[in-house]
Design a protein around this ligand. Sequence first.
Ligand SMILES: [Zn+2]
Length: 102
Amino acid sequence: MANFSKVKRLRIYQRDSFTCAYCGEKIQNLSNLHLEHIHPKSKGGKSNDDNLTTSCISCNLYKYNLTSQEFLLKAIDKYLEHKQMADYFLKITTNLKKKLSA
Ligand SMILES: [Zn+2]
């Protein structure tokens, strides 16, 4: 993960109301928040505020270097195959579909 200043992290977390952009969970514990590149850094995504978003650890790990569109498809697959975490992946699916069609 890139090394962002604490000020920058907090600014983005506050802008996003400490809510994960993917599953929509509000995160109380700051150590469970990650700054996430919406368009992956490995695919040319910049580290400016517009391309950074608040993410929970799980979503950051599952999304990894996928675009939001690719992550949506992965979440749908996971939702269909993982009964155990279906609620989690359904939240991502619902939330991302809304965001991507906005
Ligand atoms: Zn999340």
